[in-house]
Design a protein around this ligand. Structure first.
Ligand code: MTE
Ligand code: MO
Length: 159
């Protein structure tokens, strides 16, 4: 079973599977109320961070895809209201929607507009790393590399 690993500067690193996420408090039953146009259910990032116990010195959160090909690192302060989508009709979120785990930052709809943008909505999320320093970030940095990135199969729309 695929698990979501939360680690780094935390009191107790943990791996969460679908059933673990279902049990957590702070669920978002209807994802579309937080992220318009998106289907499914989610749990608040804060709920997971409370489980692992984020240390006070943490400044950055790094979101890495399971296959290691995509990663974004952003200030934790800026994503206090972020959510992790993981469920659709009581089943695991399909890969088509970025599942089994997908990061979403509410009210961030455009990509390539700064460090907290829609590009940081990492699909196929496998690892969340908390740290003092910025972590690995492979988001495209030029308009051209960004456009090329969005040409890749299964990538999705250019926001
Ligand atoms: N794993 C993974 N997540 C990813 C990407 C990617 O290439 N791989 N692209 C990012 C970028 S650049 C954008 S703009 C959004 C697009 O999400 P959407 O296809 O749901 O609109 O996904 C982000 N998450
Ligand atoms: Mo993007």
């Amino acid at each position: 079973m695929t698990q979501l690993h939360i680690e780094g500067e935390v009191a107790s690193p943990q791996a969460f599977g679908f059933e673990d996420l279902v049990q957590l408090p702070d669920q978002v039953e209807d994802l579309s109320e937080v992220i318009p146009g998106r289907e499914g259910s989610a749990v608040r990032l804060q709920s997971l961070l409370a489980q692992v116990g984020t240390k006070d010195n943490v400044k950055y959160i790094t979101l890495e895809s399971t296959d290691g090909t995509f990663s974004a690192s952003i200030p934790l302060d800026a994503v206090q209201d972020a959510i992790i989508a993981y469920r659709l009709h009581d089943e695991s979120l399909p890969a088509k929607q970025g599942g089994p785990f997908r990061f979403f930052i509410p009210n961030v709809t455009k990509c390539h507009v700064g460090e907290v943008d829609a590009c940081a909505n990492v699909k196929f999320l496998g690892r969340v790393h908390l740290s003092q320093e910025r972590g690995r970030d492979v988001r495209p940095t030029s308009p051209q590399s960004h456009a090329e990135h969005h040409e890749k199969p299964g990538h999705g729309r250019l926001g």
